[in-house]
Ligand binder design. Structure first.
Ligand SMILES: [Fe+2]
Length: 142
């Protein structure tokens, strides 16, 4: 997988969410890198776990802001997050059972990156627009 780069067309217009998406992309790149350079099962499992933890953190944050702002799409959006988390935990199982196979490396590109980009562009952007319409701003953290 080529390194993926956050560009302005992925912006949802809400600073905190954009910041977290950039971080998510960083974790995806780290995972892809550790698979590509064959860093060994422990290192790969660690990078996958970082990605899983950060994904949980980010989804929880998004859902919290959706709930706080009475976003009508919350339930549908939550389901999509659950699906993605399931994909990640399947990957974790595959890694444990079969090691770092080419199939696993490829699925990062096809499943994770594709999902994330589509999700940001379709689903997160809709939430961003909803917040902007309401005049809600969520600044970056840290
Ligand atoms: Fe989302």
């Amino acid at each position: 997988m080529k390194e993926i780069i956050w560009t302005g067309d992925l912006s949802v217009g809400i600073e905190l969410i954009d910041q977290q998406h950039k971080m998510l992309i960083k974790h995806l790149n780290d995972l892809s890198q550790s698979l590509k350079s064959n860093q060994g099962p422990t290192k790969i499992a660690t990078t996958l776990n970082f990605l899983i933890d950060y994904t949980d953190f980010h989804f929880t944050a998004e859902e919290k802001h959706m709930a706080a702002n009475d976003y009508p799409g919350l339930e549908t959006h939550k389901k999509k997050h659950e699906e993605f988390k399931k994909t990640l935990s399947n990957m974790e199982e595959d890694l444990e059972e079969e090691g770092a196979t080419k199939v696993l490396a490829d699925s990062i590109d096809t499943l994770l990156v594709k999902w994330l980009f589509e999700h940001i562009r379709a689903v997160d952007v809709a939430f961003g627009n909803f917040l902007k319409k309401k005049g809600v701003q969520i600044p970056q953290e840290g």
